[in-house]
Each structure stands twice: as structure tokens, then as C-alpha cells.
Design a protein around this ligand. Structure first.
Ligand code: NAD
Ligand code: ZN
Length: 346
């Protein structure tokens, strides 16, 4: 079952029009970046009532307070009042930041998320986390707030660059691995180019919505969504510091293999399951080259993970494909061994 504020659409322009007509908004703005303005705005504009555009530059480096100030300024210049609506047409960066701006402007106005990347559709637009980066910390400032509506249209994915598609696919793989062994069998039988996106997005959205509704503030169950992210985040931080960043999805893909190795060493995952995960992920994602020195540094970075308590490294581990356990303590040595396992795969 889907929450009622999440809608799968085959005609986003008509569905937006329908939703807006049922409410009395005083003004409508649409937040876009240069890519979604070009590729996605034409898809929703046809039946959209009168609206103003707010355009910001694309990229994580703009997910900060300066861009928020320019958005709030534009909202103020347009004299948006409390009964106005912001439609956010973009990937996770726009969704997180636009939602944050809308939720704080005049103590909060309605916003609609129209996620246009795979990552935003299956992950960022679900669960109510909004925010921006601050100083060098990701998502450091933010709020929890649900949109009036999340509108999902898989047609947007047609113009998405391959690297962006792969990045979202890592989260799809994660959702399937922690929730559904049969879905894994179907997914892993097809290359990324052969996947049918609609059922996969639906599966991810249903799963994430159910988890985040049960545990909105990440007290327990929601932690399951961090599978692959303990080692994945350490890898991401390492490469960001070196300035040759890998994408979030590429890091999570390595994290999923390495953490599956740890699960199998602990007797939680069978060897054939580990092989299936490893082979499939390696067939989709290029190998990240890791020297022994890098592995040493990455393993130590995992101690900094936000999810840890005290100096214990806490991780989500698969208990067979389709189930996972959270808050499992792992050691720096286990992480090192798992990354050596990853490195030694052909
Ligand atoms: P993104 O928003 O930067 O989008 C990636 C790129 O694709 C951008 O250049 C964008 O302009 C372009 N683009 C978007 N849609 C397009 C389309 N249909 N066709 C062509 N180009 C398009 O990146 P993302 O991966 O969507 O999101 C990453 C962000 O999501 C991060 O900031 C992360 O922190 C956040 N996130 C949030 C949550 C959450 O729960 N709130 C969860 C996961 C990730
Ligand atoms: Zn992630």
C-alpha cells in the first residue's frame, strides 16, 4: 500500500492540474535547475496553471545556505504568501533544498516533490528528510517534513545520464537485497539497460515508505536503510578528501559487496548469496581501484560514521538475501578484510 500523498503518474501534467484544482493556492512557483528546466519542465507545463519559475544551478555544491537565501529572496520578491505552493522538479539536491526552503518560509508552505532522477524517486523524495550541507558536513542542517504530494513519473528517467541512473540503481539494489529475495532473483537476471523501472521504483517506494512511516525518526527499523552505507560512506569521504570523488551510488555498490562479505564471514549470509550479490554488482559498476594504503585509511574512516555509538562501529548486515539486521558491531579489521576481498575480485 502507498501512502495517499504518493502518486504514480503516467501524465504528470494532468495529475498536477487535478491536485492543484482541488486546493485553493494563491500562487504557484516551480523550482528547477538548468537540466530539469530543459528536460522535465516541458513534460509538466502543458496543463499547469499560471506559475513562476525559480531557477537555480545544478549540483551538490549548490546545496547550501547561500542558495537557500536566493530561493527565499525570490519567494519574497514574488510575494508568496502562506497559501502558495512550490512544485520542486528535480533530483535529490533540489528536493532536499527546495523542500527545506518551502518548509521554513513563513513557517512552512505546501510543496510538491516531482523527483526526476532515479535516486530521488526511490530514495530522496520518500521519508520526509529535507536539508542542506553546511561547512563540510552533508545534510547537516534540516527538518523532517512531508510534502503535500510526491508525484512519480518514470518517463523522466529517459534523459538521465547513465552515471546518474547507476547511482540510483545502487539504492534500488539495496532496497531489494534487504527486503525481497524473489525480486532479487528477477532484478539480478537483467542488465541495467534491460530493467523495467516502474515496478522497481514502486517496490522501492512502497518499502521505504513503509519503513519510514513505522520509524520516522530512525530509532530502530529505519536504520535498515543504511545497508551498504557504513563502508560506502567511508569510501565516499575518502575519495572526496582526495578530490577525485566517486558517486554516492558507486560507493554504496562497493559497500554492499564488502558488508555482504562480513555478513557471510559471520555466518549470516550463504556463500552462493554472497557470490550472486558480488557478481551482479560488479557487472553493473566499474571496479574502484583500492591500494592497501587506501584500504587502511578507508577502514579507519568508518569510525567517524554518524550511526556509530561511542567507538563501536555499527552496521546493517544481511541475514540472507531479503532480510537484514541493524546495529551489528563490526571491527576495523573486518572492514579491512572485506575491502581486500573486494579488491581481489576480478
Ligand atoms: P542531483 O539532484 O544532483 O541530480 C543529478 C543530476 O541530474 C543534476 O545535474 C540534475 O540537474 C540532473 N537531472 C535531474 N533530473 C534529470 C533528468 N530527468 N534528465 C536529465 N538530467 C537530470 O542528484 P541526485 O542523485 O538526484 O540526489 C542526490 C542528493 O539526494 C544528495 O544531496 C543526497 O544527500 C540527497 N539524498 C537525500 C535523501 C533523503 O532522504 N532526503 C536520501 C538520499 C539522498
Ligand atoms: Zn544512499
Amino acid at each position: 500500500m502507498l501512502p495517499e500523498n504518493i502518486l504514480f503518474s503516467s501524465d504528470p501534467s494532468a495529475d498536477l492540474n487535478h491536485f492543484i484544482s482541488s486546493r485553493q493556492y494563491s500562487m504557484i512557483t516551480v523550482l528547477v535547475d538548468e537540466n530539469t528546466r530543459k528536460n522535465c519542465l516541458p513534460v509538466i507545463e502543458k496543463q499547469l496553471p499560471d506559475h513562476e519559475l525559480i531557477i537555480i544551478p545544478s549540483g551538490e555544491e549548490y546545496k547550501n545556505i547561500s542558495t537557500c537565501i536566493s530561493i527565499w529572496q525570490k519567494m519574497t520578491d514574488l510575494t508568496m504568501d502562506r497559501h502558495s505552493l512550490m512544485i520542486i522538479l528535480g533530483g535529490g539536491v533540489l528536493g532536499d533544498m527546495g523542500g527545506f526552503c518551502a518548509s521554513t518560509y513563513k513557517r512552512g508552505i505546501d510543496f510538491i516533490l516531482v523527483p526526476t532522477t532515479l535516486l530521488a524517486q526511490v530514495d530522496a523524495s520518500i521519508g520526509g528528510k529535507l536539508g542542506i550541507d553546511f561547512s563540510s558536513y552533508k545534510n547537516h542542517i534540516g527538518v523532517f517534513q512531508l510534502p503535500a504530494l510526491t508525484l512519480l513519473f518514470s518517463g523522466f528517467l529517459k534523459t538521465l545520464p547513465a552515471r546518474e541512473l547507476r547511482s540510483g540503481f545502487a539504492e534500488v539494489i539495496k532496497h531489494v537485497l534487504i527486503s525481497d529475495s524473489e525480486m532479487w532473483a528477477r532484478l539480478s537476471a537483467k542488465r541495467i539497460s534491460e530493467q523495467e523501472w516502474e515496478p522497481l521504483v514502486l517496490h522501492s517506494v512502497q518499502f521505504k515508505a513503509q519503513v519510514t512511516t513505522t520509524d520516522p525518526k530512525e530509532k530502530g527499523l529505519r536504520k535498515i536503510l543504511n545497508a551498504g552505507h557504513t563502508i560506502g560512506h567511508a569510501l565516499e569521504s575518502h575519495f572526496i578528501a582526495l578530490d577525485h570523488a566517486i558517486s554516492h551510488g558507486e560507493a554504496i555498490a562497493v559497500g554492499l559487496i564488502a558488508e555482504s562479505f562480513i555478513a557471510s564471514k559471520k555466518g549470516l549470509l550463504r556463500e552462493d548469496e554472497l557470490n550472486s550479490i558480488k557478481h551482479y554488482i560488479r557487472s553493473v559498476f566499474d571496479k574502484v581501484e583500492l591500494s592497501e594504503e587506501k584500504i587502511e585509511q578507508i577502514s579507519r574512516l568508518a569510525i567517524q560514521d554518524k550511526k556509530n555509538r561511542g567507538n563501536k562501529i555499527l552496521c546493517v548486515l544481511l541475514e540472507g538475501i531479503g532480510r537484514a539486521r541493524w546495529d551489528v558491531e563490526i571491527s576495523v579489521d573486518e572492514i579491512k578484510e572485506s575491502l581486500l576481498f573486494y579488491r581481489d575480485q576480478t
